[in-house]
Design a protein around this ligand. Structure first.
Ligand code: KG4
Ligand code: ZN
Length: 364
């Protein structure tokens, strides 16, 4: 079965054709990186406008690259939430249009279930970039979903049942990366920029930032204090202006390249240690044998390295998709849609009624 996946929940306009939930025939992602870069975050109205402009060319390209015609698409899967409602609606409208015009099933997918379904994509899990192999993690496993909007730990009992074990109480890890990058004047998205800077440093970090709520024995996260710790560090060094006319995240000035690298490295060390140790704690507590890490922050080199090392030490099977399938894409949505359809979770017969759900909960 060939499923056309559509994903527009944030700032990526994406479409993909996936066969039988696993084989990626095409995976097109039009990033709005250049549009939001100067604002230090995603501007919803701009995102929606660019989704409207890009959605049709991206859909056409997905079919062209897959070398299939519209008649060879058997179903459409679309992200219904969570995300920016004005952005989600663009993908939903396009998906409804295709499903109605072609008379094929339409299935709505939860964005985070999509991220987890990236583990089924052969190309996403193939070495060297994917960690763990295309057979995917044995059930039940723990999934750390770590992105710009979410930092959640789930126990996955079967492909459709996710039990939330812990979550961030404030900022998501990716959000912390984005805010710290903005504070350092580095632009958006912050994760890849700080990741690249951190990769230029080795050894013990020269600065030690706190490991928020790491020692509480629990599975929740908190990252907003870490951003504040970076801010205080800049203040102590005299690189933070007290000018109230400037937005708080735009007051840093005069930070040299070396200090930028050291801060990126020390910040990343703190985030990575908390994510790694809490994820492994969840695996131990739940008596699982495998850990999957998905979402944009799973692309992080420092995190991947730390997870590899610690999962070997703990005898835990580790599964992380290849980098292009960690960040938002539509192949993961097509894959999740396929498995939903296969399980008879059909699918919206009254496609016109399907509405976006900006704060849809995944957990049972
Ligand atoms: O999953 P995703 O593409 O979109 C959401 O669902 O949010 O994740 C985007 C987030 C952004 O916050 C971005 O800064 C972060 O993932 N990110 C990274 C890296 N690549 C993307 N964070 C750390 N290191 C990276 N290499
Ligand atoms: Zn995402």
């Amino acid at each position: 079965m060939r499923v056309l996946g559509i994903e527009t929940s944030c700032d990526e306009t994406a479409a993909a054709v996936v066969e039988d939930g696993r084989r990626v025939l095409s995976n097109i992602v039009a990033s709005q990186f250049a549009i939001h870069h100067k604002y230090g975050g995603v501007v919803p109205e701009l995102a929606a406008r660019h989704h409207v402009e890009r959605i049709h060319p991206v859909l056409e390209e997905a079919l062209t690259v897959a070398d299939v015609g519209w008649k060879e698409i058997d179903a459409v899967a679309v992200t219904r939430g969570p995300g920016l409602v004005v952005a989600l609606l663009v993908g939903l409208q396009a998906a409804k249009g295709v499903a109605i015009a072609r008379g094929i099933p339409l299935v709505d997918v939860h964005h985070l279930a999509g991220h987890i379904s990236a583990l089924h994509l052969e190309t996403a899990m193939r070495e060297p970039e994917g960690i763990g192999g295309p057979e995917g993690p044995p059930l039940p496993f723990v999934a750390l979903v770590v992105s710009g909007g979410h930092t959640h730990l789930y126990r996955v009992d079967d492909p459709f049942s996710f039990h939330c074990l812990g979550a961030t109480r404030d900022d998501a890890a990716g959000e912390a990366y984005d805010k710290v990058a903005r504070l350092l004047g580095l632009g958006y998205p912050g994760g890849p920029i700080l990741d690249a800077l951190a990769a230029e440093v080795e050894g013990e970090p020269s600065i030690r930032f706190p490991r928020p709520i790491l020692d509480d024995g629990g599975l929740d996260f908190s990252f907003s204090g870490l951003k504040t710790a970076v801010l205080y560090h800049l203040m102590d060094l005299g690189f933070y202006s007290s000018d109230p006319a400037l937005p708080p995240l735009e007051r840093a000035q005069g930070i040299g390249e070396d200090l930028l690298r050291e801060i990126a490295y020390a910040f990343q060390a703190a985030v990575v240690e908390v994510l790694t140790e809490k994820a492994l704690r969840a695996v131990r507590q739940e008596g699982c044998r495998a850990l999957a890490v998905v979402g944009g922050v799973a692309a992080n080199r420092g995190l991947r390295e730390s997870l590899r090392r610690r999962s070997v030490e703990e005898g835990v099977g580790l599964y992380v998709p290849a980098v292009p399938f960690c960040t938002d894409n539509a192949a993961m949505i097509a894959s999740a849609g396929y498995f939903l359809l296969e399980a008879g979770r059909q699918a919206e017969t009254q496609a016109l009624r399907l509405d976006a759900d900006a704060s849809w909960e995944l957990s049972s």
